[in-house]
Design a binder for this molecule. Structure first.
Ligand code: ATP
Ligand code: MG
Length: 441
């Protein structure tokens, strides 16, 4: 993409409405614009990041055997009356009436709808287990939408739902998501710690929130020091095997959200306990037959008896993740994207767009990158070098290739690493090979 063609309205000044760094930087980098309170448009740069995050989530979900579908955003109130949540959900639910006077709503989550779908289609235990996910916009009329995409009213969520014959099966489905979430977040450069969360009337210990530690996090969390250094599982995980030992490795250490934590009977000594603030990026939850009972999702077991399907639900805050990644990866100049989610891998800066040799080399790099599927943003504007540097640092692409007339005379161009600001000098051939090494595979 050429910068002269790109719609990326960057801002030099900090917008006054933004209280936290990720919100400020997303506005300044021209990633989002607010449409109305808690509702945002994603401009091209922001949308590219969102798509990269979606793709990682999708790959990791598919690797577990979960299947993608797409449910609508608008749902009928009838299903929610059956589950008794129509009233319970309160003012967070956006209620709509259609022209025939029927009660509708904009889905804040999808347990009812998916249970209804499955109830109508699955009959025998032989058709289980199933795990279905979608990536869809949700609406919750939050009392205090704030911090940009972190607590929006309209936000993108990956939610999935597991269906099993019995508790053992449901627990395996739960463990799969536990392990899969560790991998998913680590691929985005995030350290997300699973923390025991409130299970409410369901009880048991199968509810974890995945929390990224950050000073600007909305919730207070408590965890064992050991968890901070844990390494997430690698990509060779076989999801058909028993995953209990991996889950046990993580859950052996204490970690709890503020709803669950109790100062007086905390099992670990004070000096090993980390008290921090955290951003909830995911939540996994086993709830047994709560929805299958009320919505009639029953199945015949091997003895021919009708039993309620055992369910769990698993959410990831897809749009919130964009903010969470920035909260954990930025400096005073701007964003520092991990390669896996960067809108472009490399930014090419032409220091003098009036100089023939600079243009020629930049064009050849740009053409090489584009032809070989390397995500590149070419700043081809006629502008001051200082402004280009500042802009490129602000939008945070992992690498910058800097081409200037002085360097070219001496036979080199520069490669700058955004994270540590280290600069290497390379001749044009070396730089071309480096570009090729960044080919998307
Ligand atoms: P919170 O406690 O932050 O309100 P929640 O418990 O209501 O979260 P879930 O219903 O479990 O959240 O939703 C799944 C995920 O969706 C959360 O882990 C979070 O990452 C994301 N999420 C929830 N509410 C919002 C919101 N208002 N804006 C952006 N993301 C959200
Ligand atoms: Mg909420």
């Amino acid at each position: 993409m050429r910068r002269t063609q790109l719609f990326m309205p960057t801002l030099k000044e900090n917008p006054s409405e933004a209280q936290i760094v990720s919100h400020r930087l997303m506005l300044r980098a021209g990633m989002i614009r607010q449409s109305t309170a808690g509702i945002y448009s994603w401009l091209p740069t922001g949308y590219r990041v969102l798509q990269k995050i979606i793709e990682i989530i999708r790959e990791e979900q598919n690797a577990t055997g979960a299947q993608e579908l797409l449910m609508p955003t608008i749902q009928s109130a009838d299903l929610w009356r059956k589950s008794k949540r129509y009233d319970d959900y309160g003012k967070e639910m956006l209620r709509i009436t259609d022209r025939h006077g029927r009660d509708m709503l904009y889905g804040p989550t999808n347990e009812e709808l998916i249970t209804d779908i499955v109830a109508n289609e699955l009959n025998s235990f032989r058709e289980l287990p199933k795990n279905l996910y979608h990536i869809q916009w949700k609406f919750r009329d939050e009392v205090r939408p704030r911090f940009g995409v972190m607590r929006g009213r309209e936000f993108l969520m990956k939610d999935n739902y597991s269906f099993d014959l019995n508790y053992e099966g449901a627990k395996h489905s739960y463990n799969k998501m536990f392990v899969s979430y560790l991998r998913t977040f680590s691929r985005m450069g995030l350290k997300a710690i699973p923390m025991a969360a409130d299970t409410g009337p369901i009880g048991g210990d199968l509810s974890h929130e995945f929390i990224v530690l950050a000073d600007t996090g909305e919730s207070e969390v408590f965890c064992d020091q050991e968890l901070i250094n844990m390494k997430p599982p690698g990509k060779d995980i076989d999801f058909t095997l028993n995953l209990q030992s991996i889950v046990d490795d993580w859950t052996q250490y204490y970690a709890a959200t503020d709803e669950k934590h109790n100062h007086d009977n905390c099992p670990i000594p004070k000096d090993e306990l980390v008290t921090a603030r955290g951003i909830e990026v995911g939540h996994i939850f086993y709830f047994g037959s709560k929805y299958s009972d009320s919505l009639g999702a029953k199945i015949q077991n091997s003895d021919g008896e009708l039993v309620s399907i055992e369910m769990g639900s698993y959410g990831i805050g897809v749009s919130r993740l964009v903010g969470a990644i920035i909260e954990s990866s930025h400096d005073d100049k701007g964003i520092i994207w991990p390669e896996s989610v960067a809108p472009w891998i490399v930014g090419l800066i032409n220091l003098n767009a009036d100089d023939m040799s600079c243009n020629e080399i930049c064009e050849s790099f740009y053409e090489l990158a584009t032809r070989n599927g390397v995500d590149i943003l070419y700043d081809d504007r006629v502008d001051r070098a200082g402004a280009k540097f500042a802009d490129m640092d602000l939008i945070g692409l992992p690498y910058q290739i800097i081409v200037g007339p002085k360097g070219l005379k001496e036979g080199f161009v520069e490669l700058k690493d955004r994270a540590d600001s280290k600069v290497e000098r390379h001749n044009v051939d070396e730089m071309s090979s480096w570009i090729l090494s960044k080919t998307r595979n």
